[in-house]
Design a protein around this ligand. Structure first.
Ligand SMILES: O=C(O)CCC(=O)C(=O)O
Length: 263
């Protein structure tokens, strides 16, 4: 894996048909360009936005529609897709679920947001996930988390203990706290010596304005690429040997004193 493309899009509020069209257009555009992208990343809840009160109508039943739709695109363009997250309706409730597809169009991972964000009433409409977001993409161990999850360094660290090289983050992060977004993502990259590839949305809904600034941070904390607040595709190249180099220079994983830590 080396080249990533982040779809920093506007999300039509509670309108899956429009959002599916936007996503398909963007994926086709990326894959028919000469960019040779390996992984495409979409934002959090890209099919519906934060239309939480209507989730009973618009959540995807077991994610079936999305899995078929994105799986076909991944297969026909032979591209890996981190399909942001979608509201997935299950027997026990609706989850905010990330879907990861490989180049054969196979769904290789589902991760449901572990930390629900009370400031946006998530706990009233969604149920939390209870398992990790680890997966292999083109032979590299990667992790995926969703938005508010990045405020929990112990959760991100849990994903990093097996030589994980890339952390994918999908979000609908509001504009008033975009400085937190940047600082948290840069910190997660530095403290875990990994790439952080983070896709946010732009635009607004009836309750929030969203801040864009999708970003790719390198394992030394350097900004590889960063978007502004416009609708755009953010491209960046990842070099896994940089991760090895940084981890050799400052060996934080072997220097940890776990006997001192309280979790
Ligand atoms: O933590 C934050 O400030 C934003 C989190 C958020 O918007 C979310 O998890 O949906």
């Amino acid at each position: 894996m080396s080249r990533v493309a982040l779809v920093q899009m506007h999300i039509a509020f509670g309108d899956p048909d429009t959002n599916f069209r936007t996503v398909e257009e963007n994926i086709r555009m990326i894959c028919t360009s000469d960019k040779k992208v390996d992984v495409i990343v979409l934002p959090e809840l890209w099919s519906t936005g934060y239309d939480l009160t209507r989730l009973n109508e618009i959540a995807d039943n077991e994610g079936k529609t999305t899995v078929e739709f994105i799986g076909k695109l991944a297969k026909s363009f032979q591209v890996n897709i981190i399909a942001g997250s979608i509201p997935k309706a299950t027997d026990s409730g609706v989850k905010n679920t990330m879907l990861v597809f490989n180049r054969n169009g196979e769904l290789i991972k589902e991760y449901s947001k572990a930390h629900l964000f009370r400031l946006m009433n998530e706990e009233k409409y969604l149920i939390e996930g209870n398992s990790d977001g680890l997966f292999q993409l083109d032979g590299e161990l990667c992790a995926g988390v969703i938005c508010y999850d990045i405020r929990f360094p112990e959760w991100v660290r849990t994903h990093m203990l097996d030589d994980t090289k890339v952390l994918f983050v999908v979000a609908e992060w509001p504009k008033p706290r975009i400085d937190h977004w940047r600082a948290l993502l840069i910190s997660r990259a530095i403290e875990n010596q990994c790439y952080v590839v983070a896709c946010n949305r732009i635009g607004s809904d009836p309750n929030n304005e969203f801040g864009g600034h999708s970003i790719i941070v390198g394992p030394w904390g350097e900004i590889v690429a960063e978007a502004d607040e416009s609708e755009t595709i953010l491209y960046g190249d990842l070099d896994m040997s940089e991760v090895e180099k940084v981890r050799k220079t400052i060996p934080i994983f072997s220097d940890r004193r776990t006997e001192l830590y309280r979790l």
